[in-house]
Design a protein around this ligand. Structure first.
Ligand SMILES: Cc1cc2nc3c(=O)[nH]c(=O)nc-3n(C[C@H](O)[C@H](O)[C@H](O)COP(=O)(O)O)c2cc1C
Length: 374
């Protein structure tokens, strides 16, 4: 049984820089730990993403731009030729199904462990993650990261630019710079993780400097209309306490407003929040909003459709959904016809290799065929 759907702007075609998007639904980046131990994307990842090619845009999961930036085991990377070759298989498979893809670039900073990367994590200041961290040998205490020198900062900016060039070589339409969810760029912006007294710390202007330099270097490397930026204002994930959220993001947006970026992507966007409204007014380009659905909460029955429509009404241009796409390869079609959604299952398989809970979610036609056979 399907319900008659109300007309929805979610299914309108639109543009993103040079790209034509068939709808306004974006698959949010979702780390799934299916790469090889060397960070090389595996063929199963091509299958998974190709299954989801009907998204207006796929933002592929966080990929590491240099060795020390690796967060957890089996995270894909994008800093050598083998990574490029592995990702090319993925982008080819998605293109063959008519899809479009950006790649998220993530440096974990203090969210990392020598048992995962083989290196001591680096961060703006030697402030450890106040949580244990997943390693191949199980959860371990976090280590105190090494404070980044100016040479580290320069080379990391260059690594992001090189990773972006690699992503384009691998067939991605662009990259998303990850400045959200407590990873390195967010660590530079937050007061509790950035205790620096040099030009990269202290005032808001100092704490946003590294993010601005990374974004500008990436934009210069591959063209600004191929570059997005993800932020999570006020999100305390990974032990972040920004301190002055209300000042950081307006300053960041002012610094980048004229760069001509492809988009700004807000995690846990809430249309009723004054900060969301201020960001919408100040950001001149495309805004992708990820609704405030709660990460650890059960998925709402409509996967976030209603929340997404409210955000479109409040000025967002595109809506990203994470877990709804994870569990529904044909999410766009299901939402279009008002069909029931698969719920996330096999949670213990979210961050572990293999097909279970990854490539084995049924599409609607298969689910209906199964139901009528019973
Ligand atoms: C399994 C899983 C992996 C995630 N990995 C990433 C990631 O690699 N990069 C990122 O920015 N956010 C990541 N997120 C956050 C999602 O992109 C999204 O913001 C979050 O799931 C909330 O959206 P939703 O309610 O539509 O799922 C992840 C979330 C989940 C559940």
């Amino acid at each position: 049984m399907t319900n008659t759907p109300a007309p929805s702007r979610l299914f309108e075609p639109t543009r993103l820089g040079p790209l034509h998007l068939p709808n306004r639904l974006v698959m949010a980046p979702l780390t799934r730990n299916r790469a090889g131990a060397d960070g090389v994307p595996q063929p199963i990842m091509a299958t998974y993403y190709a299954q989801r090619a009907s998204a207006g845009l796929i933002i592929a999961e966080a990929a590491t731009p240099n060795a020390v930036g690796q967060t957890y085991p089996n995270i894909p990377a994008i800093h050598n030729d083998a990574h490029v070759t592995g990702w090319r298989r993925v982008t080819d498979a998605v293109r063959a199904e008519g899809g479009r893809m950006f790649l998220q670039l993530q440096h974990g900073g203090r969210v990392g462990h020598p048992d995962n990367s083989g290196l001591m994590p680096v961060a703006p200041s030697p402030v450890p993650l106040p949580e244990t961290i997943h390693t191949p040998g199980g959860r371990q205490e976090s280590v105190v990261p090494r404070e980044m020198t100016h040479d580290d900062i320069r080379s990391t900016v260059a690594d992001f630019a090189a990773a972006a060039r690699n992503a384009v070589d691998a067939g991605f339409a662009g990259v998303e710079v990850h400045a959200a969810n407590g990873h390195l760029l967010h660590q530079f912006m937050a007061r509790n993780t950035n205790r620096r007294t040099d030009a990269y710390g202290g005032s808001v202007a100092g704490r946003i400097r590294f993010v601005v330099e990374v974004v500008q270097a990436v934009a210069e490397a591959i063209g600004p209309d191929r570059v997005g930026l993800r932020i999570s204002p006020g999100n305390a994930v990974n032990g972040i306490d920004e301190g002055d959220t209300e000042s950081i993001y307006p300053a960041l947006i002012e610094a980048l407003a004229d760069t001509g970026l492809a988009y700004l992507h807000i995690v846990f966007a809430d249309p009723d929040q004054p900060l969301f409204q201020d960001i919408r007014k100040a950001w001149p380009g495309t805004l992708i909003a990820n609704p405030a659905l709660g990460w650890g909460e059960p998925l709402p029955a409509d996967g976030g459709k209603h929340a997404g429509e409210r955000l479109l009404d409040a000025g967002a241009d595109l809506i990203s959904l994470g877990r709804a796409f994870l569990a529904n390869p044909d999410l766009v079609e299901r939402l279009r016809v008002g069909a029931p959604l698969n719920q996330v299952r096999d949670k213990h398989m979210m961050y572990v290799g293999g097909e279970t809970g990854y490539t084995d979610y049924p599409v609607l036609a298969a689910a209906l065929a199964g139901a009528s056979a019973r």
